[in-house]
Structure formats: structure tokens, C-alpha cells
Design a protein around this ligand. Structure first.
Ligand code: LLP
Length: 386
């Protein structure tokens, strides 16, 4: 799958840079594949809104019948506005504020993924005041260390996320006294950008063990939510545009020991949306450094934070030059040395006004933009509207 047609590049030249560009057909093919593969086992997908909350993208995802995973009151407000079904909306987060809990209760969402004892008590109190019973899942920290950047692991004990297993007995006896919450599920999420499926295998083993523990208490929940985290290929997005969803869902189908009528839920973000997005930026200057040349571009860490924050790799392509290659440090205009998209990157000989594409930025790209140096937030364009 080749992402950029000549006709699109021709149109890019006329647009003010930098901007985000989304290839809608890649998104639709990905959604089609997720639907088919998850559909084989009756799995329910909740798109993780935190990855990208563009209206147009959310509407496309809504039309494929997906639910949503939200982590703030504003995300819930956004998806309600777009027309997602509250019955397919889950709400996670270690720090749900009072208004967010009340807002979610007012919208009768499907489930609160609860992360601590005091949070359960507060939800119970607020639900009681409204004369409601809040459906909850316990987010359990399975203490699994997936092979990914340490900033994006969530399921090891030192992380702030989830309820530790040593606290479970305590929580279960507390739950007996909370009259306004109903335990409907167990929730897990071990981290993000997980490529080695062995981590998900460990997750399944852990879910099975925890279920055994609950059965000793004579508790069988209706819903098992295994979170998200499936990684994508940042090195070669054209050859690996759609992640191997068949293998991923197949693994859960083979390994999870479910009780009759239990439904499995997933919260996928990156694997759905990353590959359809690119950040298009213009080269401002080529400057000679001591050991390298700098290609100084008009996008910075304010538009795409991942390289500065996680040393994340994103493939960079020159869309408008085809000459013999050279090496460049591709850097932005922000007053921070970490404002660098890649060091010693091989590109065709690059000059002022060339357009570069920074690839695989559909997830955690535009949504993490910020206004340091009083920069403007950039626009987005879509393949079917250009
Ligand atoms: N569910 C929960 C509870 C989560 O915390 C997350 C992501 C997801 C689902 C979706 O995970 P995904 O399928 O997208 O891996 N900004 C970082 C990623 C942070 C992920 C936060 N949680 C990055 O740019 O790599």
C-alpha cells in the first residue's frame, strides 16, 4: 500500500504547513479488518479516544459500530456529541474528578473501570445520591512487564494504575457493603506499543488465575476487558499498514478461559488509527553542523511530541526530492534541543521548501499537540476531501 499519490502531493504543495493528513481509506480498511477478526469471536471493541479524537475520525469509527473507551469527562462529552452509544462507553482513569463521575452517571454509561478503593467509595456515594446503581469493573494490575518504553507500561506493580492483587480481598469485602455499585466486570491494560505477543499471552494467564480467585468467592463477572496495547510497525508502514489482528484476537480466543456467557472487550487505540496519519512539514533551512547537516522543518515537538518524550522513531520521507541520498538531523523550530524528529536520517538531497512526511502519527500525534512558544494548533486534512 503506497500512501501518497502524486496528485495528493501536488495538493499538499498549496496548503499551509505543517498539517496532519489522514488517509481515510487506510482507516476504513483497518476498521473492516478489526470488525471481521473480532467478530469471529463476538468480541466488543471500544476505540480508545485518547489516541485521536478528531470529529471526522470518530464519526467513521462510530459508523463501524465500535464502542469507546474514555478517560475524561470531556472525552465522554465529545463521544456523546458524535453519537456513540452510552451503552458501549467505558470510563477509565486513576483520577476521575467529581464532575466527571457525575457526568458519566448522568449519561448512564456502560461501565466505570475503577482503579482504587476510595474511587469505589466515591462512585458509590454519588450514585446513591442520584438513586442509581453504577456498573463497575475492577481494573486489576496484573504485574506484567511488557517489552515497551517504560513510560507506557501500565500493568506493573510500581505503576499508578489499577488495583494491586494483594488488595483484592480487601476490595471484595468492601464491595459487599457498597449498595450503589454493581460489579459487572474485570478490567486489565498492560501498556501500549506491544509488539511481542508473549506479553498478551502472560496477560491471558493472569486473567485466568484471577478469575479462579474470584470463583472462590463465588463471583463470576459478565465482562472481561483486556484493554488495548497492540503495537504497530513504525519502521515500514507501507508494508505493514494493518496489524495482524487475526493473530492477536486468535491468541485471546485460544488462551482465555471464559465462563459461559462471559463477553470479552478490547480497548484499541494505536493499532486502529496510527498508520493512517502523517504529519506534513516544509523544510525551512538546511544548515551545516559539525558532524551532520540539519534539516530544519516548520513542524516541531509542539505538533508531534512522541520523539521528544519517548525517543520514539517515526519514519521520515521526502515527498518532493528524488536525488542521491544524504544524511540529516531533522529538527523543529522550538527552543529545546529535544525538538528533534530523527538523527542521521537518510533522505534524498533535501532543500528549502521540500515537503517531508513524518509517518505513523495518527495515534498520539495531533491529540498531544500543545502551544509552547505560542504556536498555533495545526489543521487536519483528509484524503477524501482534498
Ligand atoms: N486502555 C487504557 C486503559 C489505556 O490506558 C490505553 C492507553 C489504551 C486502552 C489504548 O492503548 P493503545 O491500544 O493505544 O496502545 N502517548 C503514548 C501512549 C499512551 C497510552 C496510554 N494508554 C504514546 O504516544 O506512545
Amino acid at each position: 500500500m503506497i500512501m501518497f499519490k502524486e496528485s495528493a502531493i501536488h495538493k499538499f504543495r498549496k496548503l499551509p504547513t505543517p498539517f496532519y493528513y489522514y488517509d481515510v481509506s487506510i482507516l476504513e480498511k483497518t476498521l473492516q479488518c478489526v470488525s471481521e477478526e473480532a467478530g469471529k469471536y463476538g468480541y466488543q471493541i471500544h476505540y480508545a479516544v485518547k489516541a485521536n479524537a478528531n470529529d471526522k475520525i470518530l464519526k467513521i469509527i462510530r459508523d463501524y459500530g465500535f464502542g469507546v473507551d474514555c478517560v475524561s469527562g470531556n472525552e465522554i462529552a465529545k463521544v456523546m456529541n458524535i453519537g456513540f452509544d452510552p451503552e458501549c462507553t467505558v470510563f477509565a482513569g486513576v483520577g476521575k474528578s467529581d464532575w466527571e463521575i457525575n457526568f458519566a452517571l448522568d449519561h448512564n454509561i456502560f461501565c466505570f473501570n475503577c482503579e482504587s478503593k476510595p474511587e469505589l467509595e466515591v462512585i458509590n456515594e454519588f450514585a446513591g445520591k442520584k438513586g442509581k446503581i453504577a456498573p463497575i469493573a475492577l481494573r486489576i494490575n496484573p504485574n506484567i512487564n511488557p517489552a515497551t518504553h517504560h513510560y507506557i507500561t501500565t500493568g506493573i506493580e510500581e505503576n499508578k494504575f489499577g488495583i494491586s492483587q494483594w488488595e483484592l480481598d480487601n476490595i471484595l469485602s468492601l464491595l459487599k457493603n457498597l449498595e450503589n455499585v454493581k460489579l459487572i466486570g474485570l478490567h486489565f491494560h498492560i501498556g501500549s506499543q506491544i509488539i511481542d505477543l508473549k506479553s498478551f499471552k502472560s496477560l491471558c494467564m493472569s486473567v485466568n488465575q484471577i478469575q479462579e480467585r474470584f470463583i472462590k468467592y463465588q463471583i463470576i463477572v459478565d465482562h472481561i476487558n483486556v484493554g488495548g496495547g497492540l503495537g504497530i510497525n513504525y519502521e515500514d508502514p507501507d508494508k505493514n499498514t494493518i496489524p495482524d489482528f487475526a493473530e492477536y484476537f486468535g491468541l485471546f480466543n485460544n488462551l482465555l478461559e471464559l465462563r459461559p456467557k462471559q463477553k470479552v472487550h478490547f480497548e484499541l487505540g494505536r493499532s486502529i488509527i496510527a498508520q493512517c496519519g502523517s504529519l506534513i512539514t516544509r523544510v525551512l533551512y538546511i544548515k551545516n553542523g559539525v558532524k551532520t547537516k540539519f534539516a530544519i522543518v516548520d513542524a516541531g515537538m509542539t505538533e508531534l511530541l512522541r520523539p521528544a518524550l519517548y525517543q520514539a522513531y517515526h519514519r521520515i520521507e521526502n515527498l518532493t526530492s528524488y536525488g542521491k541520498s544524504d544524511r540529516y538531523d531533522v529538527v523543529g523550530p522550538i527552543c529545546e534541543s529535544s525538538d528533534c524528529f530523527g538523527k542521521y536520517i537518510e533522505l534524498p538531497e533535501t532543500k528549502r521548501n521540500d515537503l517531508l512526511a513524518i509517518r505513523s502519527v495518527g495515534a498520539y500525534g495531533e491529540i498531544m499537540a500543545f502551544r509552547y512558544n505560542l504556536r498555533d494548533l495545526v489543521k487536519s486534512y483528509y484524503s477524501d476531501e482534498l
